[in-house]
Design a protein around this ligand. Structure first.
Ligand code: HEM
Length: 149
């Protein structure tokens, strides 16, 4: 075990609690945004409703999604170095999945920008299907983190 492992000491449990709290905020945002997109799609480009959805999505992105994703990453990496899990299969698998989930977050921000410009590249059905991605990913990530198979 590297000699810096365990550097968080007794604070580690607080860091882990904070990690999970911000994971909850992040997941709430990841579930809400595509729902917002579905409602957004139902109103005409340039209408007052369209502008209201752009405002709501922008606030969700700035106040919930971006800060929680950043905090989850910072705390998660602190925990990873503290536990020195880099050689462990469960952690590598979790890492790949959280990377993919961060990519999903990035895709959502990109889609928001398209909606802002009046584009609607996907259908409502496709958006509803994509909405399943964060739930499935979160279930696997939690099993990997807790059971550590
Ligand atoms: C973004 C990058 C992330 C990194 C680097 C990361 C890293 C870690 C590490 C190393 C631990 C173990 C702490 C320990 O017990 O020593 C942990 C715990 C945990 N993580 Fe993450 N995590 C990340 C994101 C997530 C996400 C997105 C979720 C859920 C969707 C999640 C859910 C959990 C849970 C539930 C635990 C507690 C497991 C337990 O101790 O029983 N993490 N995380």
């Amino acid at each position: 075990m590297a000699d810096w492992a365990g550097f968080l000491g007794a604070t580690m449990l607080w860091v882990k609690a904070a990690h999970i709290i911000f994971v909850i905020f992040l997941m709430a945002g990841l579930f809400m945004m595509p729902r917002f997109f579905v409602y957004h799609h139902q109103c005409a480009v340039g209408s007052d409703e369209d502008k209201k959805w752009i405002e709501r999505e922008d606030r969700l992105r700035r106040i919930i999604l971006n800060p929680s994703l950043t905090i989850v990453w910072v705390l998660g990496l602190l925990l990873a170095f503290n536990g020195n899990y880099w050689g462990e299969t469960w952690f590598i698998a979790k890492f790949i999945l959280v990377f993919a989930l961060s990519g999903y977050h990035g895709w959502m921000i990109g889609y928001f920008k398209k909606l802002q410009q009046g584009q609607r590249p996907l259908t409502e059905k496709q958006l509803r299907l994509l909405n399943e991605v964060p739930g499935v990913a979160a279930a696997i990530i939690v099993i990997l983190a807790v059971i550590r198979p």
